[in-house]
Design a protein around this ligand. Structure first.
Ligand code: CTP
Length: 400
């Protein structure tokens, strides 16, 4: 099932650490090569000797390997892995991962890993629902990390509730599904645009917008999870990529995004344009900083090229084109107009009138409109859940 796959398990301090012995065995039996990193706290619950025996590899827990000062290369470990599974992920380890803290070997490896990272939390029910833990989980998902949800049941505290680490069999099934060849978008090449564009006025100023890129990045990760190979053309954001199925091209201005997107379009099966592209750009960009002189300053702006409309004119019958519309009034009518004018297969409508939807929020509320005239409304959800809904709809379009 996992022949030849290289699985790195990161174990942090929780009673559920004892289950990693069974998990290691399951991975080895499934044909995977397994390496293990433990935090110090994890060693109170399961011994390195047990895990080294089961994994048939040395277990790592220190930066320095021996008295000669030889160090464990965490970058190499991160690059070695096809998948990194942090199980159990304690509240403390999750918090450190979400904030880039790197005070042990597991965390240093997490920061250097390029492969998909799966997180299987384990903690008491109140720790799990605490807003700080929930925010950390949302943050990790926004990095592209994949959450293996904890389950309900009796907890180490004696309380009953959600917080038990997923069973080893569930984790194995999750990882096997990730590597499965039966993914619905396997073999599809999909272009996604995301984030804002910046239009430079002078060397220090630009015209931009509040787009964070979260929706587009969540989409790119969900498409990659479903097997697609994704070309993500992104305006400036602080977001990072957590999948080796995503290739990122960073651009700044609307003109650069136009160039990169139009050039790549012929090579893709599907394009989803979620970027908030500037509609106007300064006629001139000053080479020097514009000095403060008169009481007023007028800027002359010129329309940018509409990328989505251009792709609509180039689209072949084999390609699918999906746009986004951000509206503040007459939402459905305006989105419908864009769907037709830009020759789209579907459009995702965000209304800024919906609370919790749009720029900067971690949640979004969308309506999808289709070329066929069908309209479908979705509830307010996290951007990761919205991405799942959109990708599910795209899969239906692909197989229609
Ligand atoms: N878009 C684009 N190129 C532009 C402007 C917009 O590709 N120069 C795309 C966006 O990525 C989005 C869609 O067009 O998928 C709609 O963007 P939106 O800002 O809602 O609409 P506009 O067409 O710009 O019209 P308006 O701003 O007047 O609503």
């Amino acid at each position: 099932m996992l022949e030849g796959k290289r699985i790195l398990i990161g174990i942090s301090g929780s009673i559920a650490a004892y289950k990693t012995a069974a998990l290691t065995r399951l991975f080895v039996k499934a044909g995977a090569q397994v390496k293990i990193i433990m935090t110090h706290a994890a060693m109170d619950f399961v011994t390195p000797v047990t895990l080294a025996t089961l994994s048939k590899n040395p277990v790592y827990h220190e930066f320095i390997k021996n008295e000669a000062g030889e160090w464990v290369n965490h970058v190499e470990l991160g690059l070695w892995a096809d998948a990194f599974i942090i199980a159990p992920a304690s509240a403390n380890t999750l918090a450190k991962m979400a904030n880039g803290i790197c005070d042990n070997l597991l965390l240093a490896t997490y920061l250097s890993a390029r492969c998909p990272v799966f997180v299987a939390p384990a903690m008491d029910l109140d720790m799990l629902v605490h807003p700080s833990t929930q925010q950390n989980l949302t943050r990790l998902k926004s990095f592209g990390n994949l959450l293996i949800e904890p389950t309900h049941g009796e907890l180490a505290s004696g309380l009953e509730g959600k917080g038990r680490m997923a069973e080893p069999e569930t984790i194995l099934a999750y990882i096997a599904a990730h590597f499965s060849e039966n993914k619905p978008l396997l073999g599809k090449r999909i272009l996604v645009t995301a984030g804002p564009t910046y239009e430079h006025l002078d060397p220090v100023r630009f015209i931009g917008n509040h787009s964070s890129g979260k929706m587009g990045y969540a989409l790119a990760h969900e498409l990659a999870n479903q097997g697609a190979s994704v070309l993500l053309i992104s305006g400036p954001t602080v977001l990072t990529i957590g999948s080796n199925r995503i290739e990122k091209v960073a651009v700044t201005s609307a003109a650069e995004m136009y160039e990169a997107t139009v050039n790549a379009f012929a090579g893709v099966d599907i394009a989803i344009l979620s970027a908030a592209v500037a509609d106007y750009t300064p006629v001139e960009t000053s080479l020097q900083k514009i000095k403060k002189t008169g009481d007023e300053l007028s800027l002359q702006l010129v329309k940018t090229k509409d990328i989505l409309k251009k792709l609509g004119s180039l689209k072949t019958s084999q390609q699918l084109l999906i746009g986004f519309a951000l509206e503040t009034e007459n939402e459905v009518v305006n989105a419908q107009k864009k769907l037709v004018e830009k020759n789209l297969d579907a459009i995702v409508l965000n209304s800024l009138q919906d609370k919790g939807a749009g720029f900067g929020y971690d949640t979004n509320k969308i309506t999808m409109l289709y070329k066929s005239g069908i309209q479908k409304d979705f509830g307010l959800k996290s951007k990761q859940e919205v991405a799942k809904d959109i990708v599910e709809e795209i899969i239906k379009l692909v197989h229609a």
